[in-house]
Write a new protein. Structure first.
Length: 368
């Protein structure tokens, strides 16, 4: 595949593949409006991202990857690491999958006896990423009490394990990903403003799938090849009608939704021949159908992404009759991330319960 393509063929599929081989996982907080330019020639949006990744890769600058859920932030992070030529490993910390009590141990590591149950010393993610790249996925989920410690690491390039007595120097490139509006997180008091500016050195938007439709045929082919490898079967091509059906769909769930659609169609369609348009009749049904309609309305009416996200989360919650775990699965999120975003939406609608005060906060952070 040409080097200019920022989305090389994956070795696996889904967000795990994004982490391990190059498949997507997120997109921009502010994305371009759809239209001829968005669907124009090969990689019009993707090529711009690729050029920016190439430009920043040789430096050690911290990179903030912004984007909707499911569009490719994880793959962009892997691409950045590969282009950097750094000899160390690419290490991922999925903050949405960790409880607050485990986050600091995972990031900083701990000495034996640092806390109850810590029978042996454990190296944290910062040390494991020595000489390589550390990716903090869903950085907006980092508890506020841990943010000052991350700030110190970013400022001083040292890390002190829990229970440790002396800082240890680290040499790692930091990448943070988010599908949230971090400026809104700062305004709401959930994210330290000084940490925001440390993370926001180089901010790159990962475009949603609807803004790079020209890449969809190649991406779908790569996803089908990944599915075939997992099942031990031969890849199934797409008929012209099936490809047209995929090109017409707005993909509110981005690449994650595309992969799910291809896997479902492959599983339900017998034989090994090309997938037909009729195999994708389910597109537009259930929660994804509601998301599709909402996406089309949002794009047509200029509704912002926060309102779209709020409607999608409420639809998932209603569909699963208030079951948080099931609603999170339906929305493609961890339970913790789903709860966090639901609470954020309620706060945005009702207003913060305790507005930030002027002056210096109790944690020593300067507030506007």
């Amino acid at each position: 595949m040409p080097q200019s393509n920022p989305f090389p063929k994956p070795e696996a599929s889904g967000e795990a593949a994004a982490a391990g081989s190059g498949l997507p996982a997120g997109a921009p907080a502010q994305d371009p409006q759809p239209g001829p330019a968005a669907a124009a020639g090969p990689g019009s949006a993707g090529d711009e991202l690729e050029s920016r990744l190439r430009a920043v890769a040789p430096s050690a600058a911290t990179v903030l990857l912004l984007g909707e859920s499911g569009t490719g932030k994880s793959r962009a992070a892997r691409r950045l690491h590969d282009l950097s030529g750094r000899p160390g490993p690419l290490v991922w910390v999925h903050l949405g999958a960790l409880t607050p009590s485990l986050i600091e141990s995972e990031l900083f590591g701990h000495e034996a006896g640092a806390f109850t149950g810590a029978q042996r010393a454990r190296q944290g993610a910062f040390r494991r990423a020595q000489g390589g790249t550390l990716v903090l996925d869903d950085v907006e989920l980092l508890p506020r009490e841990s943010q000052v410690k991350l700030l110190r690491v970013l400022q001083e390039r040292v890390v002190e394990p829990l229970g440790g007595e002396r800082p240890e120097p680290i040499d790692a490139r930091f990448v943070a990903t988010t599908s949230a509006r971090l400026d809104a997180e700062v305004a709401a008091g959930r994210l330290r403003s000084d940490l925001y500016w440390r993370l926001n050195v180089v901010a790159l938007q990962v475009p949603p799938l609807r803004a790079r439709r020209a890449e969809l045929p190649v991406l779908a082919e790569a996803l089908l090849e990944g599915l075939a490898r997992r099942s031990g079967a031969r890849p199934r091509p797409l008929s012209p009608g099936a490809l047209q059906r995929l090109l017409e769909h707005p993909w509110p769930g981005n690449v994650r939704e595309l992969e799910n659609a291809l896997e479902r169609a492959s599983a339900l369609s017998p034989g090994s021949g090309p997938l037909q348009a009729s195999d994708f009749e389910f597109l537009g049904e259930g929660l994804l159908g509601a998301a599709e309609r909402l996406a089309l309305e949002a794009l047509a009416q200029g509704v912002d992404l926060e309102r779209f996200e709020a409607a999608l989360l409420r639809a998932a919650f209603a569909q699963e009759r208030g079951n948080l775990s099931a609603a999170a699965r339906a929305a493609g999120l961890s339970r913790r991330a789903f709860e966090y975003r639901l609470q954020r939406i309620l706060q945005l609608r009702e207003g913060p319960s305790q507005p930030a005060r002027e002056g210096r906060g109790g944690d020593g952070e300067e507030r506007p």
